[in-house]
Design a protein around this ligand. Structure first.
Ligand SMILES: Nc1ncnc2c1ncn2[C@@H]1O[C@H](COP(=O)(O)OP(=O)(O)OP(=O)(O)O)[C@@H](O)[C@H]1O
Length: 291
């Protein structure tokens, strides 16, 4: 097998040397390994070129959701199996796919595990694999990206200041193939799956391979309801969040509102066009085959 190993050196504020060593230890004479360390500058095009010029069987990714999203975009129509080596601040996608959090377990799955096909969402000219949103959470990510603090602690500290500075609620026009709705909320999410990497289950009905995604409109900041997201069995109040399952939608706002995709701040936007790409990606999640 010929592996391309993409390593994001800064994600999750974590040194990845031990992960590289673990991957190398699992190689035999029939395997080859190419390593690409991201720089944060033009990685998308450099990885695209690498994939065009060399034949790989699997791409391993040590990083967070932003790095996985970028690799899925680099692969375009020719999607190779992706082995996730969770090494981001929140690892939302890995947590949603129940990828173990112990390197001894996730490294062999990433390298040799069976793959499962998952949906992606085409969002304007980008791919969204996990959760994208307008409003409060995007404001938080904007603060986080400009802050020197990374990791889970960084998210926590930045959350507190952002909560007090948020410019919401916002007015959203939601245009689906069957109706046009007008809703007000502090945040509007496009969710391909159930939960954030923090463990907060915001979309209990979300399935990453069901050919649909959910629009979630969060109407107000409600601490009790936010605490309920930490327990998958607790039903969220419809006064707190409204859910609309769709395959396609256009969201418009009157003023530009901060928007993020999979933890990557985009910019403030007034319009987003999104549609589902069923079974777009192949992710290694299964047990390591006994070969
Ligand atoms: N060498 C580098 N120096 C600075 N920034 C980098 C470098 N390599 C990648 N990046 C940036 O890292 C971001 C992607 O980080 P990623 O989402 O993988 O990790 P994270 O934010 O720590 O984790 P998570 O998304 O799980 O919260 C991109 O914005 C990318 O531009």
């Amino acid at each position: 097998m010929n592996f391309l190993f993409i390593i994001n050196p800064i994600s999750g504020n974590e040194d990845k040397t031990h992960l590289l060593k673990m991957v190398k230890n699992k190689l035999n004479r029939e395997h080859q390994l190419s390593i690409y360390k991201t720089t944060g500058k033009d990685d998308l095009h450099k990885i695209k070129d690498k994939l065009l010029n060399q034949k790989f069987d699997r791409v391993l990714v040590a990083g967070g959701d932003g790095t996985i999203k970028m690799i899925a975009e680099a692969m375009g129509e020719n999607q190779l199996p992706i082995g996730i080596i969770p090494a981001g601040s929140a690892n939302g996608l890995a947590s949603d796919l129940d990828i173990p959090d112990n390197a001894k377990d996730f490294v062999p799955i990433a390298m040799f595990g069976e793959t499962k096909k998952i949906d992606a969402i085409q969002i304007n000219d980008q791919l969204g694999l996990h959760i994208s949103d307008f409003g409060l959470n995007a404001e938080l990510i904007k603060e986080f990206e400009s802050s020197f603090l990374r990791g889970k602690l960084g998210y926590a500290i930045n959350s507190i200041t952002t909560l007090f500075q948020s410019k919401g609620p916002y007015e959203f026009e939601i245009i689906t193939p069957t109706e046009t709705l007008h809703k007000k909320g502090i945040m509007l999410a496009l969710a391909n799956s159930k939960k954030f990497g923090t463990g907060a289950v915001i979309n209990p009905n979300g399935k990453i391979d069901d050919g649909i995604f959910e629009i979630l409109i969060f109407k107000k900041l409600d601490v009790l309801e936010i605490l309920k997201t930490l327990d998958i069995d607790k039903q969220l109040s419809s006064d707190f969040v409204e859910c609309i399952p769709v395959k396609k939608v256009t969201i418009k706002t009157k003023i530009p509102v901060d928007f993020q995709i999979d933890g990557e701040y985009c910019k403030s936007l007034k319009e987003v066009n999104a549609h589902i790409l069923p079974k777009k990606l192949k992710i290694a999640i299964g047990k390591q085959p006994l070969t």
